[in-house]
Design a binder for this molecule. Sequence first.
Ligand code: KIV
Ligand code: NA
Length: 265
Amino acid sequence: IKRVTTNSLQEMKKRGEKIAMLTAYDYSMATIVDEAGMDIILVGDSASNVMAGHETTLPITLDQMIYHASSVVRAARRALVVVDLPFGSYQGNSKEALNSAIRIMKEAGAHSVKMEGGVEIAESITRILAAGIPVMGHLGLTPQSIYKFGTYTVRAKEEAEAQKLREDALKLEELGCFGIVLEKIPAQLAREVTESIHIPTIGIGAGKYCDGQVLVIHDMLGINKGFKPRFLRQYADLNNVMNSAFKAYIDDVKAKNFPNDKEQY
Ligand code: KIV
Ligand code: NA
């Protein structure tokens, strides 16, 4: 199998082939995602929400991200593995940022890192790239800044924030990032940004003009019952599937139907 690389992603943008990206946090799920042919697997800090049950992405630690990432890397034969630098592991200074990125590459065996922000983290991005570590940017609704935003609503609807985002995207390209996640911004702004740079944009709630799309695996599989924002397409109803399986198992155990004679030694 030919591994997806940051170079092949640039080629995909050039020839207009859309990029499919999905999160995963453990070996078994990542194996299924990889075998399906996903281009990029993101070990997102959304693990803080869907794996650990935190309300935000802020609490997850670098050690916890490395644990998730190392499991996913062992599963990914074809996909490029991108790992989020968690909150607090890169904002302090560029040396700390580089050390965090190095730990993710070395201890988890990841292929690249993702960081939230634009010009304000330029120095850290430069330093990480200089060490040979590919960096993906993340603009728009950046969940590590949720307490600054105060809401999970669409970002950059006002011109000032839209203009900052356009400039940030150009800066990230100039620095040498291999792609940019655009989260929850108007489709037309995502289109402008996508057409203004040569590196691929990967959208989530950012419309159809992005060069690729990303979703959180639990959301698209319908595991989180209550979460149904407009941008989310649910490709399965695993909550129901799993609930039925668990209930059937409970019923069988209670009714002494499991195990039967053939299911014992
Ligand atoms: O952590 C995550 O899952 C992400 C995606 C939503 C882009 O950053
Ligand atoms: Na993230």
